[in-house]
Ligand binder design. Structure first.
Ligand SMILES: C[S@@+](CC[C@H](N)C(=O)[O-])C[C@H]1O[C@@H](n2cnc3c(N)ncnc32)[C@H](O)[C@@H]1O
Length: 280
């Protein structure tokens, strides 16, 4: 294959084209992401703890520990939900493919004397059969996957649940998409920043694609002349689309909310939280 030229990085990606690198797994960026998960001044990688506390209280009401003891948290990040669920006596397994986040989560659990089964792996290769009463997929991670990966993830979750088990997930709504601004921009950073150490240029392409899909692309030009590209895709949903993807995976919808705190869903809600059940 001919070597990739600088200008090739600026070609517009085809819908769902993967970048050579995975944003969450880059050694430098994953450290910045861990800081973002824990940062209480914004909702960057995880929601603020005040919201997470409310979510876990609500989960404890709608899927009480007496009936939904065995929980799997998919894409658990640094373990903010698993810790709180374990404190409410759920028996928690939690998966994330970021070693940095899982290492942090394991040591935080140990410090607090909590027993949580943390696993550093991708939920796309994870396979278990009828182990869990409840699966969680929180903070709109589902919409960041391609249609093929979404299908695979729902199959994996369905197989892992016991009959009567529930899946609770949230996705960004079409209302959220209306706030998305398409734009191209670049910024010169003189020193260490979110994307890189040292002097670097960050080129950003935010673009709306067809059928409720967006791209947030970052092309990073570093001082040593290396170039990196990160494509972050997102699918936005209405009730019909998320319902049909869940039903295709054999789930039955139990109910919808605006968010994982149990607020009422309206057409103005920026997220949709769904509770679905494996009935058969
Ligand atoms: C937006 S964060 C949400 C983290 C957590 N659910 C929370 O709300 O605090 C998305 C997480 O998904 C993880 N992730 C992305 N793709 C994954 C995959 N294929 N397998 C496992 N984890 C994945 C990332 O490492 C990151 O921790």
């Amino acid at each position: 294959m001919p070597e990739k030229q600088i200008v090739d990085y600026f070609n517009e990606p085809k819908q769902y084209e993967k970048s050579e690198r995975e944003f969450w797994l880059d050694p430098y960026i994953s450290k910045q992401l861990l800081k973002a998960h824990l940062d209480q001044t914004n909702d960057g990688a995880s929601r603020k703890l005040s919201v997470i506390n409310r979510s876990v209280d609500w989960l404890n009401e709608v899927v009480p520990v007496a009936e939904f003891k065995r929980v799997i948290d998919l894409s658990c990040g640094p373990g903010l939900y698993p810790e709180r669920l374990a404190k409410k006596k759920y028996d928690v397994t939690a998966i994330d493919f970021s070693k940095n986040s899982i290492d942090y989560a394991r040591s935080a659990a140990e410090e607090q004397g909590l027993t949580i089964d943390y696993r550093c792996e991708s939920y796309l290769s994870w396979k278990e059969q009828e182990q869990y009463d409840l699966a969680l997929l929180i903070y709109c991670d589902y919409g960041a996957l391609s249609p093929e990966d979404r299908k695979l993830l729902f199959e994996n979750i369905y197989t892992s649940l016991k009959r009567g088990g529930k899946l609770i997930l949230d996705v960004f709504s079409l209302q959220k998409l209306t706030n998305f601004q398409s734009e191209n921009s670049w910024t010169l950073h003189d020193s260490d920043g979110f994307w890189s150490t040292g002097k670097h240029v960050v080129v950003t392409r935010n673009k709306k694609y067809d059928h409720g899909v967006t791209l947030e692309q970052t092309i990073l030009l570093k001082e040593d002349d290396t170039i990196m590209n990160f494509n972050i895709w997102h699918q936005y949903f209405d009730l019909q689309k998320i319902t049909s993807e869940l039903e295709e995976a054999s789930f039955e919808i139990v109910t919808y909310y605006a968010d994982v705190c149990g607020n009422k869903y309206t057409e103005q809600s920026e997220t949709i939280c769904v509770i679905a059940e494996k009935k058969r």
